[in-house]
Design a protein around this ligand. Structure first.
Ligand SMILES: Cc1cc2nc3c(=O)[nH]c(=O)nc-3n(C[C@H](O)[C@H](O)[C@H](O)COP(=O)(O)O)c2cc1C
Length: 174
């Protein structure tokens, strides 16, 4: 079994970010989970949504050593679907019975795969995710970004994909 998995959230499955992660996932032979296929509702202080797809998804992710967060840059941040997913990790901080699940994230590596129409991923976007990983105790493994200013031009990203894929593989045998 592969030791990595990708969690993908874009407003379209086969857009720039979808194509980018499909390529990377093929190289790494890993699965891509599309958050749009999950019923995960926004964070709720009363946890009335505790029975939605968030917890089963977290259990699935925790089977892997490396979690790759995949999102376009939308307004200097992650997609709304990715933000909802990240917000929900607060369930682990609130609920005593879930704290153990939250603690399991501490052993995990986190990576970012992103696209935008800028030369590089916006620093506030990267930093907000990095800070979140750090807060959750995850180790940050780095990011790869595709500039899609002229559309999705696969040939432009080849070298970056090669080094990203080998860095994900490096730390153990994906
Ligand atoms: C709502 C929205 C907000 C965006 N905000 C930014 C941004 O802040 N910076 C940027 O460089 N590109 C921005 N873009 C461009 C997207 O990041 C870029 O087109 C990306 O490759 C889209 O990926 P997708 O096809 O998976 O949606 C934005 C696009 C949309 C639709």
């Amino acid at each position: 079994m592969s030791n990595a998995i990708a969690v993908f959230a874009s407003a379209r499955r086969n857009g720039n970010t979808g194509k980018f992660i499909d390529w990377i996932a093929k190289e790494l032979t890993i699965d891509v989970i599309d958050l749009s296929e999950k019923n995960i509702s926004p964070y709720d202080y009363d946890h009335k949504n505790i029975d939605d797809d968030f917890l089963p998804l977290m259990h699935k992710l925790l089977e892997y050593e490396k979690i790759i967060f995949v999102t376009p840059v939308y307004w200097y941040g992650p997609s709304a679907q990715m933000k909802v997913f990240i917000d929900r990790t607060s369930d682990f901080l609130d609920l005593e019975e879930l704290k153990d699940i939250g603690r399991q994230l501490r052993k995990k590596m986190a990576y970012i795969v992103c696209t935008s129409i800028s030369n590089d991923a916006d620093s506030s976007f990267i930093n907000s995710l990095k800070d979140t990983f750090e807060y959750l105790g995850m180790k940050y493994g780095g990011y790869i970004h595709a500039n899609c200013e002229d559309g999705y031009v696969q040939g432009n990203y080849r070298q970056d994909v090669e080094s990203f894929v080998s860095s994900v593989r490096e730390l153990s045998g994906v």
